[in-house]
Design a protein around this ligand. Structure first.
Ligand code: NCD
Length: 356
C-alpha cells in the first residue's frame, strides 16, 4: 500500500510542492466556482483540542466550498477524550470515518503522533508552540498576491518568537527562498529558539535581532506581528512582564515605507492598535481570507495525491532515551516510540525537534 501523505511540517515536502499549492490557490482566487464540486463525496474531520477561529473555520469553509462534508469537534470535553481516550485511538477511529483529518493539539509533535496511526492523510493545524504549516501557506499566498514574490524580501517578525508556532514555520519556509533577510524583534526572554536560527543560517539567509519595532521598521518589506502566547507561559507573572512590550501604532507606521505590508496570523490582542486597521498597508484581515483559498488548494493536492511527503520517522529509536522537552507529545502518549535524528553531534527528537 502507498504510504499516506501528511502535512506535518512543510520541510517534509519539496519547495516546488509549496509553490504548486500557492499557485493552485492563486488560480482558485481567480475562479472559485470552478472548484465547487472538486471534493464532492469526501469528508474532512477537524479535531481541535485547542481554541481556534480562523484555522478551524477556514478549513471548514474550504472543504464546504469544494463540495465536501465535515465532521469533528472543537471542544474535546464533549468527545471521548473527556473519558480518557488517548490520541492514538481517537485518530484511528475518526480517520476511518473521514478522508482527511485536520488536527490542532497543545502538545508539540502531536500531529506527527496522530499521523503514525491515522488511516487517512493528516494536516497539522498547530501542535503547541512548535509548528503551524498551513498558516505559513496562507502567509506565502498573501506575499505572492500582495508583493508578487517570496524572495528578496526584508522581513521583520515581532512578538513572542519563542512560543509562536506561526513564526517558526514561516521562518523555516521563507529561508528557503533566495536573498530573504530577517529582523527578529522580541524581548530577550522571547527570542527565537536557536534551532530555528541555525536553520535560517544553514539555508543561506541572514538574520539580526533587535529589541524594538523602531529599530527595524524603516527598511522592511513586510512586518509580521504576533501575539504574546499567554497560554504557553509557565506563570502569569512572567506573561504580565512580557505583554504590551511591542505595540504597532500609527506613529510607528509613519516611519515605515509606503509599500511595507503588515501581516498578523490573528487573533490580535494589544500588539496592533486599532487605528492601524485603516492603513492600506494593514493586510491582516485580507490575509485571513487568503487562508480559505490556500486550504482549498492544499486539500485538493492531498486528496488527489499530487504531493509526496517524506516518511514520518526517519531517525533511530535508541534504547532508553527519552525527549527532554516536557511539552513533547511523547510524555503524554507514552506508547509512542521515541525517535531521534542525528544532527551534527546532537540528537533531535523527531516529534518536537528539541535537542536531547
Ligand atoms: C495562530 C495560532 O493558533 O498559532 N492563529 C492562527 O492559527 N491563525 C496565532 C496565535 O494564536 O497567536
Amino acid at each position: 500500500m502507498r504510504q499516506l501523505e501528511h502535512l506535518i511540517d512543510l520541510d517534509d515536502y519539496k519547495k516546488a510542492d509549496w509553490d504548486a499549492i500557492v499557485s493552485l490557490a492563486q488560480d482558485i482566487v481567480k475562479d472559485p466556482a470552478a472548484y465547487s464540486q472538486r471534493c464532492s463525496g469526501k469528508i474532512m474531520a477537524t479535531l481541535f483540542y485547542e481554541p481556534s477561529t480562523r484555522t478551524q473555520m477556514s478549513f471548514q469553509t474550504a472543504m464546504l466550498r469544494l463540495g465536501g462534508g465535515l465532521i469533528g469537534f472543537d471542544n474535546p470535553s464533549v468527545s471521548s477524550v473527556a473519558k480518557g481516550e488517548n490520541l492514538k485511538d481517537t485518530t484511528k477511529v475518526v480517520s476511518n470515518y473521514a478522508d482527511i483529518l485536520v488536527i490542532r493539539n497543545p502538545m508539540e509533535g502531536s500531529a506527527k503522533a496522530a499521523a503514525l496511526t491515522a488511516g487517512c492523510p493528516v494536516i497539522n493545524a498547530g501542535d503547541g508552540g512548535h509548528l503551524h504549516p498551513t498558516q505559513t501557506l496562507t502567509d506565502m499566498l498573501t506575499l505572492k498576491m500582495e508583493k508578487g514574490r517570496l524572495d528578496d524580501l526584508k522581513i521583520g517578525v515581532c512578538g513572542d518568537l519563542v512560543n509562536g508556532r506561526t513564526v517558526h514555520s514561516l521562518l523555516k519556509a521563507l529561508s528557503c527562498y533566495k536573498k530573504n533577510e530577517f529582523t527578529l524583534i522580541s524581548t530577550k526572554e522571547l527570542r527565537l529558539p536557536d534551532y530555528i536560527k541555525d536553520i535560517i543560517t544553514e539555508r543561506g539567509c541572514k538574520y539580526r535581532e533587535v529589541f524594538s519595532i523602531e529599530d527595524a521598521i524603516e527598511d522592511l518589506d513586510m512586518l509580521y506581528m504576533t501575539r504574546i502566547q499567554r497560554e504557553r507561559f509557565a506563570s502569569m507573572e512572567e506573561y504580565e512582564r512580557q505583554k504590551n512590550v511591542f505595540v504597532l501604532d500609527n506613529a510607528k507606521m509613519s516611519k515605515a515605507r509606503s509599500d511595507m505590508i503588515v501581516l498578523h496570523p490573528l487573533p490580535r490582542v494589544d500588539e496592533i492598535a486599532s487605528e492601524v486597521d485603516a492603513d492600506p498597508r494593514a493586510l491582516y484581515f485580507k490575509q485571513a481570507n487568503y487562508g480559505v483559498f490556500v486550504r482549498m488548494a492544499l486539500i485538493i493536492c492531498m486528496l488527489e495525491d499530487r504531493i509526496h511527503s517524506a516518511p514520518l520517522l526517519k531517525g533511530g529509536i535508541p534504547e532508553g532515551k527519552a525527549c527532554a522537552n516536557p511539552k513533547c507529545i511523547t510524555h503524554t502518549e507514552p506508547y509512542l516510540p521515541h525517535s531521534f535524528r542525528q544532527t551534527g553531534a546532537a540528537l533531535e527528537c523527531e516529534y518536537c525537534d528539541s535537542k536531547l
